[in-house]
Design a protein. Structure first.
Lengths: 101, 129, 662
């Protein structure tokens, strides 16, 4: 019975401690703002994802072409727009990077 | 093969409609399921039903020979009916247990469809036939 | 002791409520320390639930009958291992298991995501905690495993059908699956609440979703195996509501796994994916509601319990909340990409989604039909095997075919000429197989031949994918065949892991087809010395043998099996009679045919007092492919799940590039 009581008390104390930990560590925080991407960062993230998507699509097209899923004609037709798209996204990211430092 | 506009929306809509059509067609042809009734409700039903109730009294007969005869009572009631069943009898089958069996009422006796007897487990959580 | 258990659960509930309230406030007002505090509360809730679980486990091990739960589900003579698995053998204990797994997943998600994508957690923590709060609330106020009573001398014992090794693994596996679906749901809702427009949450939850889906699949196969060998009516799936309860979320999750790939690659279907992940999660909660509430007649069900109302209310809140949130964020979810061609991999994924969801919804309709028909017409009606089989065939067989077509079609659009070339070999293999099957007499089942030929088509296309990929990789130079093969898989784990999983589904389809469309069933009453024939095998009944064990009496029929002149072995189907529980269990005998992968399944249907037996024998071709499929499924899932260092680096670079602070 007492063992259970001790465990119970320890439980409660540890729980409270864990919950209070961030406040105990920094009683007065200089910067308590929750970091999350602002709008410009979100747009950059979106652009980075689009760039990765375009690059991955290009890679996959090459692979599909090599394994014969995409014919030579189809490959020629599709690779141009994909390359342009990839270049676009790379450019967009660069623009953003130089604009925002 | 790229088309202007959105073939996707149209095809998706058509496909969903097709699936729905298949579903509705089946349910309208195959009918509305098998009614689940208690012994007290048997009177109005002449087709195949799923009879649900509690086994009372002592079963007699042989399910693998002439047929097992037992009385089935409303789970919360007093109406009983005699059931004649042929086929596999689940191990849990006992007087006092709740069962479900398919069949139809013929001349006052419920003639079961073979191998449709299912016993509900009496305790809280147990998978059992 | 029980007090400690109750205290732990109350502490858990308080921690979770704090995580919901504090976490929401922190996310709304952007308070870092409060957000961290809420995360800690979620992690602490896991620790506290472990304590509660340990209390119950030790009470079960000690046969402490002052615990009502222990008295209801164990007895003194019950072997220890079954006393322990009785933990989840009843309503309250299984709820505790659910909470334990949920808090475990939540803690793990927080701990791992904290390091790489802290910003995603802001609203995810309150959502996870909200789900946990419901279960903790139920455990504290409605259905507690720590109810006590005056200690009885002995307990009621565990149903014999639960006294087997499956009880140790089937429920936990299922729960790891069911509960695991909470993680992608929480991240999805979290992303919506944070007004995120990027796909980061999908990347973060990819492995969680795959793992949960794999657990749910394996859990169901284990259940099917249990039903097959232990319950032993000759089948492995009865379309019982409780079985369907696990199948529906699994189908929805399968659809989600596929369509989320499209969102990653093409940025499409964003609204649909939100709907799908909500559907999968809500179906998993609905599944456990069905199992517990007794609202639908089932041979598996718990008795009628007040839990039903609470669960229904919770599901309504989840559904309403998710729909409102999705609708409110609709502008953010609009995608810029369109489907370019109806002959493209995106399109096949769309068809796959449509069929999977259609199948899940028709099963759902069948499950709730008794409730609906009673509400509308006053007369409850059920649907059974013919209904489910019709839709399984109508939607499942085209799905099977799609598994072979999808991988062969390129993204964006594929020309018919290219398709023709890539399809040639698999199509040829399928045609040859079809002809061979018809010649071998498989034409007795039309759907069987179709399923088999489609399966050959899919298997051939999968093999071809591996071959073509290896050839292409080797052509790049620098590696031999083996190196090319392993490098191919290592660099495309998800794709080739996925192909292996597809192969497992095909094996499953072949096994199911063989065991249902081509099975032979015979029943016969035999006196000692008499024999019966089943599909070329002759079974001779030799008499009975009885044996008394510690808690049961075993009666076995001795059956000798011959094929022609060859003696194949002696088998012992029979029954066990359990003393304490006063129940009889069916003990089947199964002969696995090593050559054909089929089973000879013997059931001692009725033991007669005059020494004769009513023997029911089923010959089930290819049924063991089902279990093989399970192994292949696990292998494929592991390949797809395996951590990929190259991918991690790429992702880290992507997020560093976008200057998103983590």
């Amino acid at each position: 019975m007492t063992a259970a009581l001790i465990v119970g008390v320890v439980l409660a104390v540890v729980s409270v401690l864990l919950v209070a930990l961030p406040f105990l560590r920094e009683p007065t925080a200089s910067d308590d703002r929750l970091v999350s991407p602002d709008e410009s960062q979100q747009r950059r993230l979106g652009l980075a994802e689009e760039r990765d998507r375009a690059l991955a699509a290009l890679k996959e097209l090459e692979f599909d072409h090599r394994t014969g899923k995409v014919s030579d004609d189809d490959y020629r037709e599709l690779v141009g727009p994909l390359r342009r798209r990839a270049a676009e996204t790379l450019r967009a990211l660069d623009v953003r990077a130089t604009a925002h430092g | 093969m790229a088309r202007r506009g959105s073939p996707a929306r149209l095809v998706v809509a058509l496909s969903v409609a097709a699936v729905l059509a298949v579903f509705l067609l089946y349910t309208s042809i195959a009918g509305g399921g098998t009614p689940v009734v208690r012994p007290s409700q048997l009177d109005g039903h002449h087709g195949r039903v799923s009879l649900m109730g509690q086994v009372v009294g002592k079963p007699s007969g042989d399910a693998h020979a002439g047929g097992k005869r037992f009385r089935l009572r409303d789970v919360k009631g007093t109406t009983t009916v005699t059931v004649v069943y042929k086929g596999t009898v689940p191990d849990l089958f006992q007087p006092g247990r709740d069962i479900v069996v398919d069949g139809r009422l013929r001349n006052g006796v419920f003639v079961a469809v073979p191998n449709t007897l299912v016993t509900k487990c009496p305790s809280k959580y147990a998978p059992k036939r | 002791m029980a007090d400690l258990g109750r205290l732990s659960l109350v502490t858990c509930l308080l921690l979770l409520i704090y995580a919901v309230a504090g976490g929401s406030f922190a996310a709304w007002k952007r308070k870092r320390r409060l957000a961290q505090s809420a995360q800690n509360a979620l992690i602490a809730s896991f620790g506290v639930t472990i304590i509660a679980a340990v209390v119950l486990m030790s009470a079960l091990a000690r046969h402490d009958f002052s615990f009502q739960y222990v008295a209801d589900h164990t007895s003194r003579e019950l072997p220890l291992r079954y006393s322990l698995t009785a933990f989840w053998g009843g309503q309250e204990g299984s709820l505790l298991l659910w909470l334990l797994v949920l808090c475990g997943y939540a803690a793990a998600a927080v701990l791992t995501t904290r390091r790489v994508a802290r910003d995603l957690l802001a609203w995810t923590v309150p959502v996870l905690a909200f789900v946990g709060t419901f279960f903790a609330f139920m455990l504290v106020f409605v259905s507690s495993p720590f109810a006590t009573q005056r200690a009885l001398a002995d307990g009621a014992g565990l149903t014999p059908s639960l006294q087997n090794p499956y009880m140790a693994i089937h429920p936990p596996m299922l729960y790891l699956g069911y509960v695991g679906l909470t993680v992608p749901f929480a991240f999805a809702m979290g992303a919506l609440l944070s007004r995120r427009t990027d796909e980061r949450w999908i990347v973060a939850t990819r492995r969680w979703t795959l793992a949960a889906w794999a657990f749910l699949g394996v859990g169901q196969l284990l259940g099917a195996h249990w039903a097959y060998v232990e319950i032993g009516w000759g089948g492995f799936y009865a379309w019982d509501p409780v079985e369907n309860a696990a199948l529906m979320p699994w189908l929805a999750a399968t659809a989600y796994l596929h369509s989320v790939m499209i969102q990653e690659k093409r940025g499409m279907l964003r609204v649909w994916n939100m709907v799908l992940v909500t559907l999968a999660f809500c179906l998993s909660i609905f599944g456990t509601f069905l199992t517990r509430s007794g609202v639908v007649q089932s041979i598996h069900s718990f008795s009628q319990s007040p839990l039903g109302g609470w669960f229904l209310g919770f599901i309504c809140i989840l559904v309403a909340g998710s729909i409102l949130l999705i609708v409110a964020r609709l502008p953010l979810l609009r995608s810029k990409t369109r489907l370019e061609s109806l002959v493209s991999r995106e399109a096949t994924f769309l068809y796959n989604n449509l069929l999977l969801v259609a199948l899940a919804l028709t099963i759902l309709w069948g499950v709730v039909y008794p409730i609906l028909s009673e509400a509308v017409t006053g007369q409850a009606a059920t649907v059974s095997k013919p209904y489910y089989n019709f839709f399984l065939h109508t939607f499942g067989v085209p799905l099977l075919l799609l598994m072979g077509i999808g991988p062969l079609v390129a993204w964006r659009r594929a020309s018919l000429r290219a398709l023709g070339r890539t399809f040639l070999w698999p199509l040829g293999a399928a045609v040859v197989a079809g002809i061979a099957l018809l010649a071998a007499g498989a034409g007795s089942s039309r759907i069987g031949v179709i399923a088999y030929t489609f399966s050959v088509f899919v298997l051939a296309s999968i093999v071809l994918e591996f071959v073509r990929g290896t050839v292409a990789r080797r052509a790049l130079g620098g590696v031999g065949w083996a190196g090319a093969f392993s490098s191919l898989i290592a660099r495309n784990r998800r794709r080739y892991g996925g192909y292996v999983v597809h192969a497992s589904v095909v094996l499953l389809a072949i096994g199911v087809t063989g065991a249902s469309a081509y099975e032979t069933v015979r029943e016969s009453r035999l006196k000692p010395g008499q024999s019966m024939s089943v599909a070329g095998d002759r079974l001779v009944f030799r008499g009975y043998q009885a044996r008394t064990e510690s808690n049961h009496r075993a009666i076995r029929a001795l059956v000798d099996v011959y094929r022609g002149d060859k003696y194949l072995g002696r088998y012992r189907p029979g029954k066990n009679q359990y003393f304490a529980e006063d129940e009889v269990s069916n003990e089947v005998a199964i002969r696995h045919d090593p050559l054909t992968g089929g089973d000879l399944f013997m059931i001692a249907d009725q033991v007669n007092t005059n020494g004769s037996i009513d023997l029911k024998v089923l010959q089930k071709p290819l049924v063991n492919l089902l279990w093989l499929a399970g192994l292949v499924f696990v292998g494929g899932s592991l390949i797809a799940l395996w951590p990929d260092a190259r991918e991690e680096r790429r992702l880290a670079a992507r997020y560093a590039d976008a200057a998103v602070r983590i």
